[in-house]
Design a protein around this ligand. Sequence first.
Ligand SMILES: *[C@@H]1O[C@H](CO)[C@@H](O)[C@H](O)[C@H]1NC(C)=O
Length: 439
Amino acid sequence: SPRSLPGSIMHHLWLMLLPFLGLVSVAPAEKGLEFPRYDGKDRVLDINDRNYRKAMNKYSMLCLLYHEPIPDSKELQKKHQMTEMVLELVAQVLEEKDIGFGMVDAKKDAKVAKKLGLDEVDSVYVFKEDRVIEFDGLLSANTMTEFLLDLLEDPVEVLDNALELKAFNRMDEEIRLVGFFKNQESEHFEAFKEAAEQFQPYIKFFATFEKTVAKQLTLKMNEVDFYEPFMEEPVTIPEKPHSEEELVAFITKHRRPTLRKLRAEDMFETWEDDIEGIHIVAFAEEEDPDGFEFLEILKEVARDNTHLPDLSIVWIDPDDFSLLIPYWEKTFKVDLFRPQIGVVNVTDADSVWMAMDDEEDLPTAQELEDWIEDVLSGKVNTEDDDEEDDDDDDDDDDDDDDDDDEDDDDDDDDDDDDDDDSDEDEDDDDDDDDDDDDE
Ligand SMILES: *[C@@H]1O[C@H](CO)[C@@H](O)[C@H](O)[C@H]1NC(C)=O
């Protein structure tokens, strides 16, 4: 069960979600809804100095999990095997798609890791043509599969008609770009496509070659509009036409939106993109009437304050992260059946939450805006209540936080024993340099 799995600091959370893997269907009599189950065949390669180049050449995409050295402890080995099973299942499901899968051990395969530029342990790196895409999301079979399928698609989706435009307009949770170009051969479209490849699959790129569609988007020839999530109006990227570099620079600069939804496929990247050590976090269930209403207020406040460079609110729909709900409720001491907004310190997960005076009443846009202003000015912060403590926090709560650290220590201890291969690694350091050159 999720409860028995260790690790509750943020970057270890994905391990709690591994039970997704255990989708076991009750043998159905009918056909058509058979969930894949791991068939036991080894598809994930143990990547090393001798086989990595071959693997790179063999597949159109190579997906590598860069992992901590395999520990001696049985329990931690089980944890490691669970992770490997996620990759095995994804490899099985995507068997026809010409994607290679492999594991790179941070200690045993340190040289290969260095050559390939892998630096963040427990991350997945996808090699596609001359690009490396880091997957910094939830390591579940579902999320990984969706991510890889998205990567196989064209980086730019073409809008041909009003119906497709309608679908585009509904994607308001996403960062999107749309451009109008003469045709597929246009050099400006080519630059747009090159830029798209650098953000695929996290940022969606669209293009149209149709005057009627362009007119509805109010786009002139070679113009590109940038849509921030939840905003009503796009921003036109100035000084068309754009080179690939100009587009990349603009997107990089404007990438952090005022309001963003936490997504499984890049949740850790989002969490790491904190603002001076904190996140403003809003919990709201979109399918719940109160949650929906709160979200509407939140969007309004975000639209009114999108000019503030330091404002970026992370919206979490608890429905998307069911396995995390008990953890969040315990850590943040909030009731996630109700909408909540608060400040979370990402160093120690200390938090303060906006008091919603009347249980029944959601804050008005003005009240929410005032509260956000107090957060940005530092009047509302996670540190003040550490001494005053006029909430009903009792001392027991603080002890909970320490458990996290203990889990973490366990991991480190076990790693120490595993140095069988380290000598070997150093020995062939010399033949290494030639290899680097042919890359
Ligand atoms: C977050 O918590 C850490 C550790 O308790 C503290 O040193 C830091 O000042 C806090 N940051 C903010 C912005 O409150």
